[in-house]
Design a protein around this ligand. Structure first.
Ligand code: SAH
Ligand code: AVI
Length: 306
């Protein structure tokens, strides 16, 4: 059985470098905050991916092929998907997300916008094998993984995820993956330290969620959002820093924090096109297609099962 939220929190806060898995950001409040992040002036990722999708819709549709089954992992509000559904016209669209609130809202809105399309929502964790109806069928399967969500996995996790997906889509299947590219660190820094403090609220919501769901007693004013670009590792790291020496209860457990100690809450890896090609090949995919926005900030890779 997969570990529960409580088990993951206890295990993460017991590590020498305390850490929490980023998938727990996305309760109903976290999903709403993420939607606000996507509209921030500093968070270029969403705009870049939307514009490159819009500009290359015909070629993306040719890549996906006629009448494919489109399976989206981490669909959230399915914003970019609307463009893709119009261009690709798949036989079926399956949205997979860990956040039931985001999934329900997206499936409702898409059903209204695309009344003839066969749409299914699957609430679950994409890092584990999920039962997805179309994986039994014969139609070409295309997994859509936009938003640079792959960047929230470590390279080892991304490799395992690509291998698992390669098995799911089969020999004639494919993947469309959104990847944030390496760039000026000041641009990256601004994207994760926005002036309105929405990213800080998104990060702190993880502690608020532990309080709400696990009976934690984190005092949010004693914590500060802390995000920076770790150039040697090619990733943004998000942490929550303890502003003073304190101890916090989570259920029956108690954890001590020294002043300045951090909880590592997220990595967001940035790749060069070549680095990502190597990763995709190690996962069993060839990368014959690459689309970029005008400023070359963000890339969509069209990966064929190899
Ligand atoms: N695809 C959207 C949303 C990206 S945000 C976009 O491009 O804007 C990441 C999404 O993945 C969130 O909706 C979150 O709920 C979901 N998610 C994160 N970890 C997940 C996991 N392990 N399994 C399933 N969904 C996950
Ligand atoms: C979902 N994911 C790709 C976002 C990112 O950019 O890593 C999550 C996020 N974290 C802070 N801002 C946005």
């Amino acid at each position: 059985m997969s570990p529960s939220f409580l088990e993951d929190v206890i295990a993460g806060l017991s590590l020498p470098q305390k850490a929490l898995p980023p998938k727990y950001f996305y309760d109903a409040a976290g999903s709403k905050l993420f939607e606000r992040i996507c509209r921030l002036p500093e968070y270029y990722l969403t705009r870049a991916e939307l514009s490159l999708t819009r500009a290359n819709l015909a070629s993306l549709a040719r890549f996906a092929g006629r009448k494919c089954d489109l399976i989206e992992y981490g669909s959230g509000e399915s914003l970019k998907t609307r463009l893709l559904l119009r261009g690709v016209r798949p036989s079926a669209y399956i949205a997979v997300d860990i956040s039931p609130a985001a999934l329900l809202g997206a499936v409702r809105a898409l059903t209204r916008a695309f009344p003839k399309l066969n749409i299914t929502g699957v609430a679950g964790d994409f890092s584990r094998p999920l039962k997805i109806p179309v994986f039994e069928g014969k139609t070409r399967r295309v997994v859509y993984f936009p938003g640079s969500t792959i960047g929230n996995l470590t390279p080892d996790e991304a490799h395992a995820f690509l291998r698992m997906t390669r098995g799911q889509v089969g020999a004639h299947g494919a993947m469309l993956v959104g990847v944030d590219l390496k760039k000026d660190p000041t641009v990256l820094h601004a994207a994760y330290n926005d002036s309105r403090g929405v990213t800080a609220r998104f990060n702190l919501n993880l502690l608020a969620r532990i309080n709400r769901e696990l009976g934690g007693d984190f005092e949010l004013r004693r914590w500060r959002h802390y995000a920076f670009y770790n150039a040697p590792l090619g990733r943004i790291e998000m942490h929550l820093a303890s502003l003073k020496k304190q101890s916090v209860a989570v259920g029956q457990h108690r954890f001590s924090f020294s002043e300045g100690e951090t909880i590592h809450t997220e990595n967001s890896y940035k790749y060069s096109a070549e680095e990502f090609r190597v990763l995709a090949a190690s996962g069993g995919f060839a990368a014959p297609k690459l689309w970029m926005d005008k400023k070359e900030q963000f890339a969509l890779f069209g990966l064929e099962a190899s």
